[in-house]
Design a binder for this molecule. Structure first.
Ligand SMILES: Nc1ncnc2c1ncn2[C@@H]1O[C@H](COP(=O)(O)OP(=O)(O)OP(=O)(O)O)[C@@H](O)[C@H]1O
Length: 625
């Protein structure tokens, strides 16, 4: 055991963790336990009746080992007494009564054991469901840019992954309390006999405890440090075999590439984990031997006392039984302690996730400004600049212009110019890094973001293809109206989705997308017509369409925009498109380049000006000649 001193130094010293952070100290491990009260409170809130029932049953179970050992002792002493004075007249009734009692206790022990397992599993399932719901609810409140941060994803991932182990942790914590009570009962009996033996037992199991907690920490560090890679592994697994990727994976022959990367990562994790589990098993065996030595030391002492007649045979079995039991319990408690501490470390991730707060919220220190209905002046960008989190360059800079109420504004610019970013700022998915956006003269931040979003209908170019029915796919534009078939059908008519849906076998009830049984997939343009319908589901004052017709054929696009003008009468609209045939229908066109304002004006005015717009327009027109 040359590594012994090494091993003990690592228990208290900080050393780099797998993720480069210093290893956790004993104190840090203990401090993770402070998460337990909050955890227990959540369990209690999940179901007070199941929790109470569980605790009551465990209390009964905690007293049973002592009771069984004690009855066993009485039986043995009675047998020894009866055997010393054999006589045909001696009644065996007291003996059988005791055996009957022991039988009853054994039945009770089994029944309560099963009942505890049942309550644990019911409570665990409820708790897991509840925490998944809370995770989803909390994630829904967070800002878009938090989702774009990989550290956030790692946190979310860890919080999500641990659902099962939180259920295990729950029964571990309860078992811990139960075993502590059992030990207290047994300790009373043992202390009366010889308190030193108890101490011996305690000292003998300490190395096992330290060993366990050391390896638990290493294993937590390994798993924690590997979160990004494990996310990548999941990503590779899904990308290698899913309906969405199968087409390109096949055509480009990517499976070998994906599998190779998967294998490389998983092999690396396997070998790191293997060396850890092997060391854990080796040390575990050694420490178990130390524990056993303590127990046998005490056992020899008790036997000697029995041989010398200091204690009866019944007492001998009671004491040695209590010792064996106590050793098992102590080892269990101590090793469980480190896995409870490990679970508490994971809880830290869980609670950390809930501590993340969105920044785009209503300013509660000021009275909320009611959203103008109708919008009178419009939106004004005042020297707006925006930088994505972790991005070096500005996506938008020094942008000043006005979007007048009722105006149809088109955004034009090359790929990456900042058009989508601009509309995300309008919808307050992000706040400007510098400058401000005013709505009717007041900062957008003074309005309730939820109300603002109610008044905005946005369809992004990367709209979501929900694997739901066609009707529901439209209804997501205003989910409160999911039962309002008239509204859904009229939105479908406005976006030309109605002709697509009529052809589906189950019409509006047809599941679209291939993920689920019976699903029917649509073409890119058909999907887009449905997504466009979402914008018409809401009676929003500002409509934002980010490349809404890119996948539509020329006739459909023309028709959509013929209707668009009618449908958005009196409303403000922002339209992003690379097609100048669409763009020219707008009242004014804003040209941006590298996130900077270039020019703004009507189609005619910009053409007459002969600037960037005129140049781009001529370029596209030339392509059609
Ligand atoms: N979530 C993001 N995180 C970091 N950078 C981003 C993010 N989204 C966009 N960008 C960057 O911001 C810049 C502007 O992107 P934006 O999507 O607004 O362009 P766009 O004009 O809409 O382009 P396209 O015509 O290709 O849709 C680009 O340089 C892009 O790489």
């Amino acid at each position: 055991m040359s590594g012994l001193s090494d091993f003990f130094t690592t228990i208290s010293a900080k050393r780099p963790r797998a993720d480069g952070k210093p290893a956790l100290t004993v104190r840090e491990r203990f401090s993770a336990l402070r998460n337990l009260p909050e955890f227990l409170r959540l369990i209690w809130e999940t179901s007070p009746s199941l929790t109470l029932g569980n605790i009551a049953l465990r209390l009964i179970r905690a007293a049973l080992p002592l009771a069984l050992l004690y009855v066993g002792r009485l039986i043995l002493d009675l047998i020894v007494g009866l055997a010393r004075n054999p006589s045909s007249t001696t009644s065996l009734t007291p003996l059988f009564e005791l055996v009957g009692l022991e039988f009853g206790l054994a039945i009770l022990s089994d029944a309560t054991g099963r009942a505890v397992a049942l309550l644990d599993s019911l409570l665990g399932d409820l708790f897991a469901n509840r925490s998944s719901v809370r995770l989803m609810e909390h994630a829904a409140q967070l800002d878009l840019d938090q989702f774009e941060d990989s550290a956030f994803y790692d946190k979310l991932e860890r919080a999500r992954r641990q659902t099962l182990s939180r259920t295990v942790l729950m029964s571990q914590v309860l078992s811990q309390a139960q075993d502590a009570v059992t030990m207290a009962f047994l300790a009373v009996g043992l202390t009366a006999f010889n308190p030193w033996l108890l101490l011996l037992l305690l000292v003998a199991v300490i190395p096992a405890f330290l060993g366990e907690s050391h390896f638990n920490e290493r294993s937590y560090s390994l798993v924690h440090g590997w979160t990004p890679e494990r996310r990548e592994l999941d990503y590779l697994r899904v990308t290698g075999a899913s309906d969405e990727t199968a087409k390109e994976v096949k055509i480009f022959g990517l499976s070998g590439f994906l599998i190779e990367r998967f294998q490389q990562l998983s092999d690396e994790f396997y070998s790191k984990n293997k060396s850890l589990v092997v060391r854990r098993a080796t040390w575990g065996t050694f420490f178990a031997a130390v524990g056993a030595a303590g127990y046998y030391g005490a056992y020899v002492y008790i036997i000697t006392q029995a041989v010398r007649g200091q204690i009866s045979i019944g007492q001998l079995t009671f004491l040695s039984g209590s010792f064996a039991r106590m050793r098992g319990l102590l080892e269990g408690i101590l090793s469980r302690f480190s896995s409870v501490a490990e679970g508490a470390l994971y809880l830290q991730d869980f609670f950390d996730f809930f501590r993340l707060q969105p920044r785009i919220i209503r300013d509660v220190t000021r009275p909320v400004r009611p959203f103008p209905n109708p919008i009178r002046q419009g939106f004004e960008f005042e020297n707006v600049g925006f930088k994505y989190r972790n991005a070096g360059k500005w996506a938008l800079r020094n942008l000043s212009f006005t979007l007048q109420a009722g105006e149809k504004l088109a955004l034009v610019g090359e790929n990456g110019a900042g058009k989508t970013t601009l509309v995300k700022l309008l919808a307050r998915l992000y706040d400007p890094t510098e400058g401000r956006i005013l709505l009717d003269g007041y900062d957008l931040r003074e309005y309730d973001p939820a109300e603002l979003r109610q008044e905005i209908g946005v369809i992004f170019q990367d709209f979501v293809r929900f694997q739901l029915s066609a009707g529901q796919n439209l209804a997501v534009g205003r989910i409160e109206e999911k039962e309002n078939t008239d509204r859904i059908q009229s939105a479908a008519a406005q976006s030309l989705a109605d002709s697509v849906i009529q052809k589906l076998p189950a019409g509006y009830d047809q599941i679209i997308g291939r993920r689920f049984t019976g699903g029917v997939d649509l073409s890119g343009g058909e999907w887009q017509k449905i997504a466009l319908g979402r914008a018409y589901m809401r009676d929003a004052q500002l409509l934002i369409l980010d490349e809404p017709t890119a996948a539509l054929d020329a006739r459909a696009e023309h028709e959509v925009f013929q209707r668009f003008a009618d449908l958005t009468k009196g409303k403000t609209a922002v339209l992003i498109s690379h097609r100048f045939s669409t763009v020219r229908m707008a009242d004014r066109i804003l040209v941006i380049e590298n996130g900077q304002f270039v020019e703004i004006g009507s189609h005619e005015a910009l053409l007459a000006k002969g600037g960037r717009y005129a140049e781009l327009f001529a370029l596209q027109a030339a392509g059609y000649r």
